[in-house]
Design a protein. Sequence first.
Length: 246
Amino acid sequence: MTIPYEPIWFDCQINVHLVLEYLAFFLGFRYYLYLRKNTIDYISNTNRLSILLGAILGALLGSRIIGFFENPIFPTELLQWIQVMNTKTIMGGLFGGLLGVEIAKRIIGETHSSGDLFVFPLILGIFIGRIGCFFSGINEFTYGKRTSFFLGMNLGDGLKRHPIALYELFFLFILFLFLWKIKSKVKENGLLFQYFMIGYFTFRFFIEFLKPNTFFICHLSTIQILCVICWLYYYKTIFNLFKNAC
């Protein structure tokens, strides 16, 4: 198998990344429904639907906005407009979804935390999506810099590069196991989701240094700046984590 992996089935070239992206949405949502069915949910069906709509809208806008700032192109023709509209990133989707949920909850007056049910479906969805990113090689901006490290791989351009997608798959697997192990010990509603966001955004902050990024402010990329914003958003939780660790 060569990377990018683009198999041909029935005389049609298959976009494996797109297939796995849709599969990630489908399985992630089915997993969410399964968890909700087997969990006491203090949020009504109507409010939960409003929260989901807020999450979807926020994720859609956030993923596109951050995706644009990662590689700002000011379109002058139709093809460039299509390229801009198709540029997206999971980091913007996660943080945009978070803001969308908080805005929706304020509008409907919901006070219960709603994030914990999303944690494991999100990890599952990101995991499946990253498999697609790995198969896409250099066609997706999830590849790393050139390296002589023993894990370096040819991702489609003949150069040994950091397989960032594989690093993330390993991290997501560990994060899933860790959060699953502590979920029964986390008593405060919504705290598990905060741990997920802090853990994942921290990982992405450091792994971005291994990518051939454009660094804009203080030698940080757009994604890393978003990670810092996320840390500021959850500063109380981070402070408590450090306080309990000492």
